[in-house]
Design a protein around this ligand. Structure first.
Ligand SMILES: Nc1nc2c(ncn2[C@@H]2O[C@H](COP(=O)(O)OP(=O)(O)OP(=O)(O)O)[C@@H](O)[C@H]2O)c(=O)[nH]1
Ligand SMILES: [Mg+2]
Length: 460
């Protein structure tokens, strides 16, 4: 996601990088390109205009303060403004008085049914969710939800079939329906009570556009099970149209949240940037794949980080926590990540911990700076390369690990031989190390280390 935007912005900043002191004209030129990149990424034009104006205001006053690292500081401003554009992350509303009712609405094919099960699966660790088939237009729609729910092992409730009105057990199967949507919703309410389901997620029928019939149906459903969350499921692939339809739905339904789907397939991703600013409704989750585990709580920091090619520190931190590495005595301490303390010893430790995290191509994209390395492809990172890099560091003397600057030609050759690799591979590793060191240095600026600490869950 955001690949095109990311590439363009990166080009803008490297152009700035080649300049010494930045003039106001330099900044204007760069920002013109930032604006164009945003528009090409399908960001709403008013949103792009406001955003660039804000960035300019800060960038110009900054120029007076310092010119040394102006380009990096402008990149930091862009990053911060992207975050503030997407607004504060807002969690799902869970009612203190169960059951929490979540209504899923949206255009045809936006991903409601898939997202219903994704959400249930996401909530499963802390709740007992029930998914309900309220889309009775197509028998296949009910069957789709039932099968997805069964595979994800979450409770399902659907309309009674003509053939077998009610089947007991965890789920009720469907063939042809003898019930109306309202009867299904009433039945679901009872089912949730008797099965102790504390969250009810209602999958509704898709529409081509908002119509009276939809509004009446949703209103009737709300009378039986008043929703705490009214979520619009929006397909990010349709770009600006996504933003427009969200605006229209919100005017009629007063939405409480959005789920943006298919962000995995959308190279432009502009709707993710502008939809909140235009509608005022927070994006709560992002769908990033067809599988029912491909749902992420929406995080403006994570999105902005991806756009700026800063890796996905937050995603990485979540994985690190899940892998239990932090409880390990060997855990990397925050001080070790600060620019000057970040040595090859630390990197070796990181590699060892990475091995515990599993599928490396996924993880690689989350590591800050890794994608900035020339010709780096996430697919290149596999267990074999990790082993190789470990061998390279292990072939270094302790002095070399602590002070990589002394690793010149002859040492590189010795290390390559010792680790059974090549000088080129040693060079690559050292370049990767320098990149990461630079990244961590950027984080050690004002408030950076605190931010890093809280991301990694240190010092709580
Ligand atoms: N790649 C990708 N595909 C998705 C995502 N979410 C949904 N899909 C796919 O989009 C298609 C439509 O998804 P559904 O969940 O059936 O959409 P719906 O809104 O329920 O559709 P209707 O009920 O017909 O209105 C399916 O092929 C899903 O697999 C996502 O986040 N990423
Ligand atoms: Mg559906």
């Amino acid at each position: 996601m955001f690949d095109a935007l990311k590439e363009k912005l990166s080009a803008v900043f490297s152009k700035l990088n080649s300049k010494g002191k930045l003039s106001e004209a330099d900044i204007d030129n760069a920002l013109r390109e930032v604006r164009r990149s945003l528009l090409e990424a399908d960001v709403d034009f008013r949103v792009a205009k406001d955003l660039v104006a804000k960035i300019r205001e800060r960038a110009v006053s900054l120029e007076v303060l310092s010119s040394i690292t102006a380009n990096e500081r402008i990149a930091a401003i862009v990053y911060e403004e992207l975050i503030s554009l997407m607004g504060k992350a807002e969690p799902l509303i869970i009612s203190p008085k169960p059951p929490t009712v979540i209504l899923m609405a949206g255009l045809q094919g936006s991903g409601k049914t898939t997202s219903t099960v994704k959400l249930a699966r996401y909530l499963k660790s802390s709740h007992s969710p029930l998914v309900v088939a309220c889309d009775l237009r197509r028998p296949a729609a009910v069957e789709q939800l039932r099968v997805l729910a069964e595979n994800a092992k979450v409770n399902f409730y659907g309309p009674a079939s003509n053939a077998s009105p009610v089947r007991g057990g965890e789920s009720r199967a469907v063939e042809g329906f003898s019930e109306s949507v309202l009867e299904v919703v009433k039945g679901a309410k009872k089912f949730a009570e008797s099965h102790m389901n504390d969250v009810i997620i209602l999958d509704t029928a898709g529409r081509l556009h908002i119509d009276d019939e939809l509004m009446t149906e949703l209103k009737n459903i709300a009378e039986i099970l008043p929703p705490h969350e009214k979520i619009l499921v929006v397909d990010s692939m349709i770009g600006q149209e996504a933003v427009n339809s969200a605006k229209a739905f919100n005017e009629l339904l007063s939405l409480t949240g959005l789920i943006l789907t298919k962000l995995d397939g959308d190279a432009r991703g502009g709707s993710a940037l502008s939809i909140r600013a235009v509608t005022g409704v927070p994006v709560k989750f992002a769908g990033v794949g067809e599988n029912t585990d491909a749902l992420e709580p929406f995080s403006p920091e994570r999105m902005a980080g991806r756009i700026m090619g800063m890796g996905d520190i937050q995603g990485l931190a979540e994985k690190v926590k899940a892998a239990g590495i932090l409880n390990n005595q060997d855990a990397i301490k925050p001080t070790e990540l600060s620019g000057k303390n970040f040595t090859l010893e630390t990197l070796l430790k990181q590699f060892e911990q990475l091995e515990k995290l599993g599928p490396l191509d996924k993880i690689a994209g989350m590591i800050p700076g890794l994608d900035k390395i020339k010709n780096f492809k996430a697919d290149d990172v596999d267990a074999k390369i990790l082993k190789r890099n470990k061998a390279i560091i292990q072939s270094m003397t302790p002095e070399e690990r602590r002070n990589p600057k002394i690793i010149k030609g002859s040492r590189r050759r010795r290390i390559a031989e010792g680790s059974g690799t090549s000088v080129q591979m040693v060079n690559q590793l050292l370049a990767q190390y320098e990149q990461m060191k630079k990244m961590f240095k950027a984080f050690s600026g004002s408030g950076g280390s605190r931010k890093l600490k809280s991301l990694f869950g240190f010092g709580r």
